[in-house]
Design a protein around this ligand. Structure first.
Ligand code: RNT
Ligand code: ZN
Length: 415
């Protein structure tokens, strides 16, 4: 135990916070790490570009080109990511083997994800979460999938959704923990639509078909809304109001991506609003810069607010934390670790706050004291507790040097 930690412990004790407890709790909060940061969301189906209103920018060398390379990079990342880790896999990362080019997304099955299960188990992960991939595919017609007026197109995607529910049940069972299946579709229009209702009614019908018969003990379905995407600026079928009402009426979960709202709308405020009604709330933690830019998650104010809402509402088991960002302009492995560590740092910050004292001031209507307390906690020695936490896990704060080493030895070899 370092002197700095001893001192920090005393400081926190004085405000009624137990730093040892905070460290223990932090190690138990699962963060679902997205599989798509290492290869610019391309997946294993042979895609060379991304469509559906999302985009990675940059061409930093060393992108993973196949399952082996994604696994190697993730393995390196895991050894630098503190805490409990789940893996968030997209359907487009199916390990198809001999089926590559022979079957399409409407025929993917559990066996195509068995190698991911093996990998996750080998690395002692907490479980796998899953996502149907409704983008970057020739069956998207006029930018539409589940809301398409073309029955052939709509049915194809419904079938994909159904297959994914089955795959998710398999993943949940394998780990003995439910698998979150997040449905995000890119459907929308670049310009003013003539009919805003019918696409939503078709989406509602498609979702009902996908959810007709799934394994409720192992699958937690979620729907992710969005305000707009690139080339889809005027209208999004799966809007916030649409999905919140859909989720509420069907008893499923909402997934909030903090890049998917107007810049002055905050997911930190939406979490407690949903917790008043829902048993579970799922998150895609990202960092939008001016818009849904999917910048790497860093330790900034909104992230801290999000973490506070999770911790102070005793919702660490109700809020399912997943990461969602993709940056190709910097070392991708570095980006992966940085986002996960930032999430953990924010959770630690929140775990070290004197929530009762703060709430007391609020409830007494003593807003002068509340501001005093809120300002004074900002400079508490969280860093010393973070260092101790890493130390105990055999990790260091400096992961940059290791990343550079990995870059020189492994990533440099990739064309
Ligand atoms: C897109 C959504 C969606 C994707 C991933 C790859 O705006 O945020 O969650 O980023 O599914
Ligand atoms: Zn997202």
């Amino acid at each position: 135990m370092t002197k700095a930690f001893e001192h920090a412990k005393e400081t926190f004790e004085k405000i009624g916070v137990n730093a040892e407890q905070a460290i223990k709790k932090l190690a138990e909060i699962p963060v679902s790490v997205h599989c798509w940061q290492g290869d610019d969301v391309l997946g294993f189906e042979g895609a060379d570009s991304l469509t559906g209103g999302i985009q990675t920018t940059g061409n930093y060398p060393g992108k993973a080109r196949n399952f082996e390379e994604v696994k190697a990079d993730l393995k390196f990342c895991f050894s630098h990511m503190p805490g409990k880790i789940r893996l968030n896999v997209h359907a487009s990362y199916a390990v198809l083997g001999e089926d590559l080019g022979k079957i399409d997304r409407d025929a993917y099955g559990a066996k195509h994800f068995a190698p991911w299960v093996e990998f996750a188990k080998e690395n002692g992960l907490d479980g796998i979460d899953f996502n149907p991939t409704f983008f970057a595919h020739p069956m998207m017609k006029d930018g539409l999938t589940l809301s398409s007026p073309d029955e052939k197109v709509r049915k194809f995607w419904v079938e994909h959704g159904k297959r994914c529910m089955e795959i998710a049940a398999y993943l949940g069972k394998e780990f003995g923990k439910p698998c979150l299946v997040n449905i995000w579709i890119p459907d929308g229009f670049k310009d003013v639509p003539a009919d805003r209702l019918s696409p939503r009614l078709r989406l509602k019908k498609s979702l009902d078909e996908i959810l007709e018969n799934y394994d409720k003990s192992w699958v937690i379905p979620a729907v992710e809304s969005k305000v707009f995407g690139i080339g889809v600026e005027s209208y999004t079928v799966g809007s916030n109001e649409f999905y919140q009402n859909y989720a509420a009426s069907r008893g499923i979960c909402c997934l909030l991506d903090n890049g998917h709202y107007h810049p002055l709308e905050y997911v930190s405020d939406k979490i407690p609003a949903l917790l008043a009604f829902y048993d579970k709330v799922a998150l895609h933690v990202t960092r939008g810069v001016r818009w849904d830019s999917d910048h790497v998650v860093t330790y900034e104010d909104e992230l801290k607010e999000i973490a506070k809402e999770i911790v102070r509402n005793n919702a660490t088991e109700k809020v399912l934390i997943g990461l969602d960002y993709f940056d190709a302009s910097i070392n991708r492995v570095f980006a992966w670790i940085t986002g996960q560590r930032s999430m953990q740092k924010a959770l630690l910050y929140a775990l070290l706050l004197p929530h009762e004292k703060l709430t007391e001031a609020q409830d007494e209507g003593n807003f002068t004291k509340l501001m005093y307390l809120q300002e004074s906690v900002k400079l508490l020695p969280v860093g010393a507790v973070w260092d101790e936490y890493l130390n105990r896990l055999g990790m260091k704060d400096n992961y940059y040097d290791d990343v550079m080493d990995y870059q020189a030895k492994i990533l440099k070899e990739r064309a």
